[in-house]
Structures are given as structure tokens and as C-alpha cells.
Design a protein around this ligand. Sequence first.
Ligand SMILES: [Fe+2]
Length: 490
Amino acid sequence: MNVAVRPEDAVSHQPLAAPFLAGFRSLLSETTGTWVNWEGEAPSWLSGDLLRTGPALFEVGGRPYRHWFDGLAMLYRFALAPDGVAYTNRFLRSESFAAAIDDHRVMHGGFATNSDSPYWRRVMDPVIGRMTDNANVNVFKFGEDDFVALTEVPRAMRFDRQTLATLGALTWDDQLKSHTMTAHPLRDAWRRVVYNLETVFSVPSLYRLTRMADGVTTREVVAEIRVDHPAYMHSFAMSRNYLILVECPLVVHPLRMLLRSGPFISAYRWTPERGTCLTVVDKDSGTIVRRCLAEPCFGFHVVNAFEQDGTVAVDFVAYPDAAVVGGLALDRLRTGARQCAGMLTRFTVSLDTGTSATSILSDSLLELPHFDWRRQTGIAYRYVWAVGQSGAAFINDLQKHDLRCGTIARWSEPGCYAGEPVFVAAPEAEAEDDGIILSVVLDSQRHRSFLLLLDAATMTEQARAWMPHAIPFGFHGNHYPVAPRAQADG
Ligand SMILES: [Fe+2]
């Protein structure tokens, strides 16, 4: 074990006002290949790595970051075997990390925390493409075995899959310049490309949909859509033939964004009178096929989308408004219970008439949705796994939604707070839920986290492996098989 961060870099730990706040305490230690045995019985076929990223240092020089989304990124590797897990965690050695540790300053503006740079520098940084490299949102595999950590800007950070050593920023082999890029690229197994959504703040501004072939880092433009007030979009949707934007009415005037003195998200305004705009774009021609309005709502995550009977269905985790954005600020979280999850909502767009319909698929609160994305992305699917907020101050349980039957199966344990459930299909699986769910769970009473392994069909526990410390609440990750595979891994 080595300690990368001095304890004085973090705020002294006060007694917690609520148990879930243990998930927002900084994790200062790193460990390499620490072996822990499963308690219980993991499947004999279990192998590969669960790779994750998430914020883990919530202070700079003793001063707190403002928002959960701004903590400095830690990478995690859970190397899986039938008898146990080899656990590794390392801070992403980004410019942001170095400035925070060496100089006690916030180098790049984040989601809701300003940089410590003077105003002119904050304005110039996006113009010259100098943006945050604190990639704490998601991990993705480009090409054969090239892993990157992502945040919401076009600056992907490469890392070594085995050691989690930071390898530097991914170099784009193109001339495209943009200000945001989602941390949720979508891999199209039919076309063997990766799509993403970027935003260019200008007058007018642009939504830019790009595609990138396997094995290269050259982005091609699929479509550029002019927009007067760009919306904050954390993710987008993909069906077999279409890319779909879910444009919630949390929008920004581009000049307000470019000339802002405050943090990124504070420039946006909630404007429910605009409604939620659904834009269906043909993947191959880049033309807008349909554009229609739905009732105003806010959300971070598209679950999946598919075409059926002349319609495109888009499943989305929807909130009534954008209050959750401010509600996840660290000082707000520390003052009491928040709604931290939304409702599973389906937008259905008629390709014939261009009209939309909205239906609530479940009134159970959920977030961080997952499904069998390797086999079901872009096509009709049945199961969604997610974290849920069931009578607790923070997201706590794990849920399996059966979209066909409308039923929900759950896992929970007192004092425990579960992270994103990652589905791993069993070898030769036929049923959509034949496999396991992996989730990093914080036990607030034992002050430690464990990797939970559930039967994905029944949501019953098969095994758990205790980690050497409490792991702060993170966002996203994925399971990757041991050997590089040419098919649809991403
Ligand atoms: Fe996300």
C-alpha cells in the first residue's frame, strides 16, 4: 500500500450527520492487487475485471469541492475469480490531481466548482481547449484494449487496465473542437462504430453527433444541429437506425456559458416552458427524421432505445425538474434527505406522425440504470437493473425492473448503500437475465465497502467480498473479459 495523498489534504473528519454521508468522505489510500476471498459462492465461470471510476477526494488543501460530481477521480479494478477478488485502486494522475496535491489549487473548472484561476484564464481555457481532465464519470474501451476514463468534456484519460497507471490524454486524430462530450459513448455492434454527442457553444451553438470506427481515434461528423440555447445532456439514446437526443429544458445561452464567472452548471437555467425536445437523427444520413415535444422533465440517463411498429421508444430516468442537480451539492447532501433518483419513463415517438407519447414505466425511484448492453443495446429489451431510493435519505437498494411484467425485485440491507449494478452475462446465456449483478456497496456501520454479487435473475446474494476500506460513492464502470475480444465490448 502506498499513500498518495497526505491526510492534511482532506478536511478533518467530523461525526456524520447521516450514515450515507460516509460515501462522501475522501479515500486517501491506494492499494495494489489486495486479495480478498468471496464470502459465499461465486460462479465457477467468473473472470475478467470490473473497472470503475468515481470521485474520491472531496477537498483541495482542506477546502471542500462544492459538488459530488467534482471530487478527484479514483480508478478501481476488481479482478474477478471464482474464489476471490484482487482489488486495486489508484488516483487518476491528472493535471487536476497534481495541482490539487502539489499546489492546493483547483486547476480546472468542474461541474459546480470553479477553478482557482483568474477570470481571464477561466474564460480562455475552453476557447483554447484546456479543460478538465478529472475523468471521474465513466470508463470505456476504445479499440482493442485501450481503456479511458471519461468526464463530460472531450478529454479522455487513458489508463493501464492492469495497474490503473495513468497513461495521459487520448489524442484525437481529427480537427474537431467542442466544449462538451458525454461520458456515455454508445457502441453500435452492427456498424462497428462508437457514437457520441458533443456540444459547441457559439452563436449559433451546435449539437454534434460523431462516430468513430473501432481501432482509430478519428471522429467523423454524423450530424450538426444548430441550437440557440443548448441543453445540458448527460447521455443520449441509440436504436438500430437512429440516434435520439432527449433535450430537457435545462438550457444555457452560449454567451453566458462562454463568459461565465461561475461554475459550468450554474450558467444553465430551468425553463420548463420549452418542454422536453426529442430529436430523432438517422445514423447513416445524419438527417433529422423527427423532432417533437414532450412534457418538461429533467434527467441524466437514457437507459435504452428501440424501434417497434413505426415508433422509436426511448427509456429515460426522469425527474420532475432539475432540482436534483443542486440537491447533489455536497453541502446540500449534508443537510438532509434528498430525492436522488427519478422515475423510469418511456418516450414513444411516432415515425409516421412525429407525435410523442410519455408513459411512466415504474413509480419506484431509480438511478444509474444498467441492462445487458452487449446484447440488447438499440433493440427491444426486458430487464433494467438500477440503484433505487426506497424510503432512505440516499440511493440505497438495488432493483431489477421487468418491463414486460411490470414487477420489481430488490436487494437491500440495513445501513448499506449500493452503487451502480453492472450486469455480467453467463457464458452461453440465452435468457436476458442469465448472469450476475456486481455492485460496490458501502456498509455505513462497518465503515467498509464490499463487492456484492447477486444472481441477476432472482436478485439474491451469491457472494460478497470485503474491501480494505470504505469506497466513496462513484458513478459508472463496466465488466471486461480477460482476453481482448473483437466483438462488441465497449
Ligand atoms: Fe452517467
